[in-house]
Design a binder for this molecule. Structure first.
Ligand code: ATP
Length: 254
């Protein structure tokens, strides 16, 4: 059987971000295949967060291109980038703590829907989105206590809620900032399964320090070091690469 050709959804071309004279991103050229889960890893300070900031518009590139679905998006504002279907979750907190769990997802659905609901009476607008909001919450395993304030949820559940909010926005490209940061083993397993589930039918990029999670989830991995691509490949290719082993041993924890 001949494999289907791999289509690139997003690529960066010689992307640079300088802070003063320091290049946090130093000429990164990278292609992310449509429908893949692609991890960005590297020692502390390697430029992973900066790279995400550039793609999501939270930082403006000093030079270089970011091509998303055939269009150069480098330097667009975060809202414009979000409108194109690039949604970021986790490190940037997307939860409204004083709204209920259900309301949080409903607000995201409203933002995505962008129409007729707004013209309905407030009560019916809410009811119209209740059902899809409940369905999304069920998908991430939240089926009870939908009317409690989001702030009161335990940490692991908050992350599930963030995923439901991200799903409500129905992204083409989902950027996940350290989805398992600060979690115990049980939550790590649950969130890993969830990420796999929400990745169906879309493209996911993730920054993640837990290499077990990276190995479990990723189709492809890019290792950054000092703002540059050190190695790009499958998990097996990356983990046996002497440069990666050296970078991790010499450059801080994974
Ligand atoms: P970590 O794993 O610790 O989160 P990282 O790989 O995400 O690290 P970045 O946060 O992207 O790394 O930082 C890369 C480098 O750029 C670091 O040396 C950091 O100090 C520097 N840097 C990041 N943002 C800024 C900024 N706004 N101003 C100046 N330097 C910055």
């Amino acid at each position: 059987m001949i494999a289907a050709p791999v289509k690139t959804l997003v690529s960066t071309v010689d992307l640079v971000k300088s802070y003063g004279g320091f290049r946090a991103t130093d000429g990164v050229s990278l292609a992310i295949a449509e429908g893949s889960i692609h991890a960005i890893i590297g020692p502390n300070g390697a430029g992973k967060t900066t790279f995400f900031n550039l793609i999501s518009g939270f930082a403006k590139p000093t030079s270089g291109r970011i091509v998303f679905a055939g269009r150069d998006i480098a330097g667009l504002a975060p809202a414009a980038i979000a409108k194109l279907g690039i949604v970021r979750s986790f490190q940037i907190n997307s939860i409204f703590p004083h709204l209920t769990v259900l309301e949080n997802v409903r607000v995201a659905l409203e933002a995505k829907t962008d129409l007729p609901y707004k013209f309905l009476a407030p009560g019916s607008a809410m009811r119209a989105l209740d059902e899809p909001a409940r369905a999304l919450l069920a998908r991430v395993g939240i089926t009870k206590n939908l009317d409690v304030q989001a702030a009161t949820l335990p940490y692991g559940r908050k992350r599930s809620l963030e995923l439901a909010i991200a799903l409500a926005l129905d992204p083409v490209l989902l950027l996940l900032d350290e989805p398992t940061a600060g979690m115990g083993n049980e939550d790590i397993e649950r969130v890993t399964d969830l990420v796999r589930e929400v990745a169906k039918g879309r493209t996911v990029m993730l920054v993640e320090h837990n290499l077990r999670v990276v190995a479990d989830l990723s189709d492809r991995i890019t290792v950054l070091q000092r703002g540059k691509v050190l190695v790009d490949g499958t998990y097996d290719e990356v983990r046996n690469d002497q440069r990666v082993i050296d970078a991790y041993l010499g450059g801080g924890h994974a």
